[in-house]
Design a protein. Structure first.
Lengths: 227, 517
């Protein structure tokens, strides 16, 4: 087991967060009885994910790509830093269906995200994760999960704490996070300005022409100069 | 969990806003909002609400709703998945589709070399002038097309589908032999009758259907009220310009007089100035360049639609639509969101969007009964192609894809008509080989036109091609007695040769709701 660095940025948005570097042990396919029997397909597979030693992770989400796994159970080994009690295993997700029907293609190669809000326990101070894959159908030669990534939970930006008491003073609506779109308040205030301008124009109408494109009183398109 | 749904919802909202931003509708609404500021009942204090209520009463909110509804038809996106995965999640299907496209293109290229005809060339000025004059009567031309042959026929495509295998699929003998009855060996999830009954509940035997229940045998008083009621509802739907309501309404069939408007509403196929302009640009492209594919289109129309009793009158329209369609690169734009890229190619700097196969013109022919204005006809056809028809000749795992339809047909037959299936296998006939040509054309050219349009009402109403597979199975069920008597492929084909007398909706209704379970 190599010791690896954990990379983490302090930004709040999940897009900027880098996944935790961890080591994944080879998946173990469970068999009943003699483990050497190749004839029977295994229906259960266990994948152990060892997070960096000495640095427990608060998990934000787990992402992976499915390869013909029907159900996944996620168990976490958590160690509470405050208490001296030994680390305990708990089930975060039980039998999450990844395929609509274990015998048919639906969902068999899809990308999945398990967010911390979907987990039955708080996935904090996690030392180790165990993914238990099940595929009861005999239709498939093999099944697994690919490209498993664990994203750490990042704390909100400390600077926001300053404006907390400010936001208590003004009532703001809770808008969904619409990236890249203009703020509704600025749009409506600019419309108000435009409206005010039109009002002014209407009351101050003159009969004089603007005269921008006139040349000697005539409006000839070929005389327009394009700079 | 609720919070996750909330996150997903705001993500979807943001994505839809992104796609609608900068669209023509967006600039129209913006302009309307600016113009309404002059109105006296728009006040500064309540500016936002007043503008909003103005947009609502003037019908712009409805237009926006329609646009959003159309965007929602596109598949949802999850951030981690790459674009090709959204098109088609299964790797082996993507590969199969890519190699099929290559094969088609290679066939086209070798035809070009063999015949000595360039893939594209610019028409000389005299020819351009002649074509412009003859644009409305291209059918009168009798060019020598004997050297041209279709790039592929449906049966070639069927062979590809039959040969498709999932590398991870265990096909050893231990597995249930059911998969070896039929031709399709891919384990896609297809719906059986109990699920179909739920999904198609509006087709229940107790619900009135357009085309059956307005038949003269019903007492005139009942007939009048029912028809009038349906007509009234559909008129309201059209006047309100409500896409979603039109789609729901179409599930029980459209009244003939309103079908054109209802379909255009469901497909959001407008005929605004920019649509007409786009069509004119494509027409200009046709006049300027001659593509090899054009000859294939001519040949296809001559061989199929022109020979058909119902459609030969529309020959000229078909050229006007199909020649433009083969050059429409905007069709390709849409396939960035949808699954499976249709066969496309760069030909001397020009992109061909679709390479037609034998029978392709039959997708357009029935629409000629509904629309007589070329650019409107073109827009509706293009929408139908982008949403439905392309799935009938592409390899994908989509529930409306031809592969799923074939599997569903086979499974329905195996489950509910096992004796018939077994008998046909015994005499060396695979039912799918008989039904494939119907499904690949969505029954166009096989049913009488009024029945075909009733079938396509349901395709639009349920936003799915599943009814095509159900109808194919229903036809076999209807002719089961005769088919049990046959002893050869030829006689089986003879039993199923003529579908022109069939009434589509009773067949489907009986098959779905009266089959003993």
């Amino acid at each position: 087991m190599e010791a690896v660095k954990m990379m983490q940025t302090m930004s709040g948005t999940p897009d900027d967060t880098k996944p935790v570097n961890f080591t994944v042990k080879a998946p173990v396919y469970l068999q009943i009885g003699d483990a050497k029997a190749d004839t029977a397909h295994s229906g259960v597979c266990v994948v152990d994910v060892n997070l960096p030693f000495g640095k427990p992770v608060n998990i934000e989400e787990v992402t992976f790509k499915n390869y013909y796994t029907a159900y996944v159970t996620v168990r976490l080994l958590r160690r509470n830093p405050k208490q001296e009690a030994p680390a305990k295993w708990c089930t975060a997700v039980r039998d999450l269906p990844l395929m609509d029907n274990p015998h048919t293609e639906g969902g068999s190669q899809d990308y999945y995200t398990i967010h911390r809000t979907q987990m039955q326990v708080e996935p904090d101070h996690v030392v180790c994760a165990r993914l238990i894959l099940r595929q009861p159908s005999l239709a498939w030669l093999t099944f697994s999960l690919e490209d498993i990534k664990i994203f750490p939970h990042t704390e909100p930006d400390p600077e926001k704490e300053v404006s907390d008491w400010l936001s208590d003073l003004t009532l703001t609506d809770q808008h969904p996070d619409l990236e890249g779109l203009p703020d509704p308040q600025t749009v409506s205030s600019s419309i108000q300005q435009m409206w005010a301008l039109t009002e002014v124009m209407q009351t101050n109408q003159t009969t004089a022409s603007i005269g921008r494109f006139d040349v000697d009183g005539c409006y000839d398109i070929s005389l327009l100069s394009l700079t | 969990m609720r919070m996750d749904e909330g996150i997903e919802l705001s993500l979807t909202i943001a994505q839809i806003i992104q796609r609608l931003r900068g669209s023509h509708l967006h600039s129209q609404i913006e302009r309307q909002a600016k113009e309404c500021l002059h109105q006296p009942d728009v006040k500064l204090e309540s500016l936002k609400e007043d503008v909003r209520s103005f947009l609502k009463t003037s019908g712009w909110e409805r237009k926006l709703q329609n646009a959003v509804y159309r965007e929602l038809q596109l598949p949802p996106r999850h951030p981690p998945a790459p674009p090709e995965h959204l098109k088609e999640p299964l790797v082996y299907m993507r590969k199969a589709q890519a190699s099929w496209e290559k094969r088609v293109l290679k066939s086209l290229n070798s035809m070009s070399t063999e015949l000595g005809v360039p893939l594209a060339h610019m028409r000389p000025a005299a020819e351009q002038k002649e074509l412009t004059n003859k644009w409305n009567e291209m059918g009168t031309d009798e060019p020598d097309l004997s050297r041209f042959r279709p790039v592929y026929a449906p049966k070639d495509f069927l062979e590809v589908l039959i040969g498709l295998r999932n590398p991870n699929h265990d096909s050893s003998e231990d597995i249930s032999v059911r998969s070896h009855w039929g031709l399709i060996q891919v384990p896609l999830n297809v719906r059986d009758i109990p699920h179909l009954r739920e999904a198609y509940s509006e087709l229940n035997l107790t619900s009135g259907q357009m085309g059956i229940d307005d038949h003269a045998l019903i007492h005139p008083a009942v007939l009048c009220t029912h028809s009038l009621f349906c007509l009234h509802v559909s008129c309201v739907v059209v006047m309100e310009e409500d896409s979603a309501a039109a789609q729901q309404y179409s599930r029980q069939g459209c009244p003939t007089g309103l079908r054109a408007d209802l379909w255009a509403l469901i497909l959001n196929a407008t005929n605004q100035p920019q649509d007409v302009m786009h069509y004119e640009q494509l027409k200009a492209g046709v006049i300027q360049h001659n593509l090899l594919v054009d000859n294939l289109i001519y040949k296809d129309v001559k061989l199929t639609a022109s020979n058909d009793d119902y459609y030969f009158v529309f020959e000229d329209f078909l050229y006007q639509v199909l020649l433009c369609f083969s050059r429409d690169t905007a069709v390709l734009e849409h396939f960035k969101y949808n699954s499976a890229t249709p066969p496309k190619s760069y030909i001397q700097g020009e992109i061909i969007s679709v390479i037609p196969f034998h029978g392709f013109s039959m997708y357009v022919a029935p629409l000629c009964f509904l629309y007589n204005e070329p650019s409107k006809l073109y827009n509706v056809f293009r929408e139908m192609y982008i949403r439905y028809f392309f799935r009938l000749h592409s390899i994908s795992s989509h529930p409306s894809g031809i592969l799923s339809l074939c599997l569903q047909f086979e499974r329905l037959l195996q489950t509910h008509l096992p004796q018939l299936f077994y008998h046909l296998r015994q005499i060396g006939v695979q039912p799918l080989r008989l039904a494939f040509k119907w499904m690949v054309r969505a029954f166009s050219g096989y049913l009488s036109t009024d029945q075909l349009l009733l079938l396509w009402d349901r395709i639009l109403g349920y936003d799915s091609l599943e009814v095509v597979a159900v109808l194919a199975a229903a036809v076999f069920a209807f002719r089961a007695e005769n088919l049990m008597e046959v002893t050869s492929l030829a006689s089986a084909e003879a039993v199923l040769a003529d579908l022109s007398t069939l009434k589509v909706m009773p067949l489907i209704q009986v098959f779905l709701f009266a089959t003993a379970m």
